[in-house]
Design a protein around this ligand. Structure first.
Ligand code: PRP
Length: 181
């Protein structure tokens, strides 16, 4: 399965512990509320599933899917909605859940769009934050791990739709790109 191309960056236990901490912080911040968690497909599906099972406040769930155009490893800056929310968010406490902030283009676009729909509040929780790659300023409200500028897969993240199933976050070594081109 090509696991030799992979180097574990964040182990299952490290992720588990941090997701528990994030969920505790989010539960404190939304005490007495029932936030709407919006998962950004596809990459957030594993993180979101683990996060909600650690929350101690009730929540509702919805999903969006956005496409940012470019190659498998680079984006060219255009973002478009593939699947929109199932309903209005006016008056809701919305928490967008993402796997990674990279250039910041996807989330800055999505926050602007959802922010225009009059939510009661709008925050972002991202498991991974690759600050070195930003092309637009963007800060998530909750961040699991700042990570270096390496191409990562697993725990929901893919390369050409592969590796999403891995339980760890792994660096995909350079050789893997050359083989697949
Ligand atoms: C990834 C990730 C974010 C986005 C971040 O999605 O899930 O949505 O890229 O990149 P940015 O900060 O440079 O905009 P991707 O387009 O790979 O789709 P996927 O979630 O279906 O894997």
């Amino acid at each position: 399965m090509g696991q030799d191309k992979l180097e574990v960056l964040l182990s299952r236990s490290v992720i588990e512990r941090r997701v528990w901490e994030l969920a505790a912080q989010i539960s404190r911040d939304y005490e007495g509320e029932e936030p709407l968690l919006v998962g950004v497909l596809k990459g957030s599906f594993v993180f979101l599933a683990d996060l909600v099972r650690n929350l101690s406040v009730p929540c509702r769930l919805d999903f969006v899917q956005v496409a940012s155009y470019g190659s498998a490893t680079k984006t060219c800056g255009e973002v478009a909605m593939v699947k929109d929310l199932g309903g209005p968010i006016c008056g809701c406490h919305v928490l967008i859940v993402e796997d990674i902030v990279d250039t910041g283009l996807t989330l800055s676009w999505l926050v602007k769009l959802l922010g225009s729909r009059q939510p009661a509040s709008l925050r972002v929780c991202a498991l991974l934050d690759k600050k070195d790659r930003r092309v637009v300023p963007f800060e998530a409200d909750y961040v699991g791990f700042p990570i270096p500028d390496r191409f990562v897969v697993g725990y929901g993240l893919d390369y050409g739709e592969k590796y999403r199933f891995l339980p760890e976050v792994c660096v995909l070594r350079e050789a893997a790109f050359q083989e697949d081109i």
